[in-house]
Design a protein around this ligand. Structure first.
Ligand code: T4K
Length: 368
């Protein structure tokens, strides 16, 4: 049976990659801030319209490192509607996550719920631009300023997302990206942190290199998250084709929306005005009563037909064993998040989805 996966990695041209690999082989410099690493950081900063980028080996370590760099302690207000790495980053820093509910119109943390969750121990807010949809950054920053809190955005899904021509990565104190194979832009495994000033970039670069600030000086207990030359070269090549990939994803979203707009019980997000979206995911929400089938019935029916959507983000992070016992994990505290998690299916969404694949996904949903 032909299967249609939820995503497919953006791959560089093999001949071009081979040519760069030859260059790396000849240079005999394969990691530790090599020339491709430097070039990729510069190229990404330019593409993303941000002043500074620091590469990481995945999208989890920059979250952990951002919390370290800002010396965040105590409690951090965050969302349960995300990939579990968001909350794990807090746990790895000995920080207590405090979950608040989401805004059902975006899937992102609801700023109206934040203030009530602030205690004397709160030091930061860690929102996520879920599916690449921008958070209400102005409202979040206003609360942060009022209470003297830091804001670290998990922007793992938000590569290239802009609001009114400005990068979403400019919001908050820092933002982190994931360049995992399943993302719009990938370096196989990889990630990055975006910061606003050279001093912070310097500190982060020390922290991802064990804390070394020179051959004989260690300024902090850093980690190893250095990106090698092979992945940096791969990343440079992928950057050339990411706009075309986003345009192809947009065409898929247009087709899905056209076909599904009037299906009773199926809803989805539309584009937000002024936003350059990256179409990293295409979640639909199933109202069992109106649609006549539960989310899971549709999900498994699709699987049987070879359509491998995913239920991102079900279960909620607050439902996983390490976090279930937290007071803020009580389902009564998170009604919108529970509703979204129990109704979502992310449809296949990637740059090489064929018209026939799209038709197959749609017909699975239309035929009951
Ligand atoms: N914050 C947020 C909000 C995140 O979503 C993530 C990661 C992170 C932080 C942490 O970033 P990283 O440390 O991962 O860089 C995937 C990814 O592993 C994960 O990166 C991602 N979020 C999460 C939402 O999804 P899985 O376990 O669902 O992936 P998997 O292996 O089931 O792959 C999904 C589909 O993609 C496959 O069915 C087929 C396709 N695929 C996958 C791979 C790996 C391919 O076609 N080729 C491939 O090489 O977690």
């Amino acid at each position: 049976m032909n299967t249609i996966t939820v995503t497919s990695p953006l791959l560089p041209d093999l001949n071009e990659f081979h040519a760069l690999l030859s260059e790396i082989w000849n240079s005999k410099w394969i990691t530790n801030n090599g020339s491709f690493h430097k070039r990729l950081e510069e190229a990404l900063a330019e593409y993303l319209k941000v002043p500074y980028v620091s590469l990481f080996t995945n999208g989890t370590l920059p979250l952990i490192t951002a919390l370290q760099a800002l010396r965040i302690t105590g409690e951090v207000i965050t969302t349960p509607y995300s990939f579990v790495a968001t909350t794990h980053a807090l746990w790895w820093n000995g920080i207590k996550p405090v979950f608040v509910d989401i805004d059902p119109s975006t899937g992102n943390i609801d700023p109206h719920c934040i203030e009530a969750a602030i205690t004397p121990k709160t030091t930061a807010i860690m929102p996520v631009h879920v599916y690449g949809k921008p958070c209400d950054t102005d409202a979040i920053q206003a609360i942060a300023d009022k209470y003297g809190l830091r804001v670290i955005y998990d922007a793992a899904h938000a590569f290239g997302v802009e609001v009114n021509g400005k990068s979403i990565l400019e919001a908050g104190d820092m933002s982190t990206l994931s360049f995992h194979a399943t993302k719009v832009y990938n370096t196989i495994e990889g990630g990055a942190m975006v910061m606003h000033d050279a001093k912070t970039k310097q500190r982060i670069d020390y922290l991802k290199n064990f804390g070394f600030a020179g051959e004989t000086e260690v300024v902090a207990p850093g980690i190893n998250s250095k990106v090698d030359e092979m992945r940096s070269a791969y990343g440079l090549l992928n950057l050339r084709q990411v706009d075309a990939a986003i345009a192809a994803r947009r065409r898929v979203a247009v087709r899905y929306r056209k076909a599904l707009r009037d299906v009773p019980g199926i809803t989805f997000f539309d584009d937000m005005p002024g936003v350059r979206h990256n179409y990293s995911y295409f979640p639909i929400f199933v109202d069992a009563e109106k649609y006549g089938m539960t989310r899971d019935e549709l999900y498994f029916k699709m699987r049987d037909a070879g359509v491998l959507g995913r239920r991102y983000f079900y279960p909620l992070i607050s439902e996983f064993t390490p976090y279930r016992g937290l007071p803020s994990s009580a389902p009564s505290n998170l009604p919108n998040a529970h509703r979204m998690a129990s109704t979502v299916i992310c449809l296949p969404m990637h740059h090489v989805l064929s018209k026939d694949d799209i038709k197959c996904v749609i017909s699975c949903i239309l035929s009951k």
